[in-house]
Design a protein around this ligand. Sequence first.
Ligand SMILES: [Zn+2]
Length: 87
Amino acid sequence: MDIRPATLADMVTQSLDVWCWCNACCHHAVLSTAALIDRLGRDQGVLGVADHAYCGNCGSRDVETRPNWPTMGVVTQHSPMEPDAIE
Ligand SMILES: [Zn+2]
């Protein structure tokens, strides 16, 4: 079975944004798929977005990205999240 890595175009299809986690400080944010496509293009792999991102909190480039699946648990947003910077 050929499993194709999810791309930003797939995120649009599924109405998902991209979830970003910093391994250095545990800061996390949800990045707008539309904004990412503006910068990286629709064919950008979701996991590869991490190569272009860095933490908006501590500046670390040791970040992970994945689809922001709604099944990952209750999302608690006590304050508006600032998207991490994307090159
Ligand atoms: Zn960080």
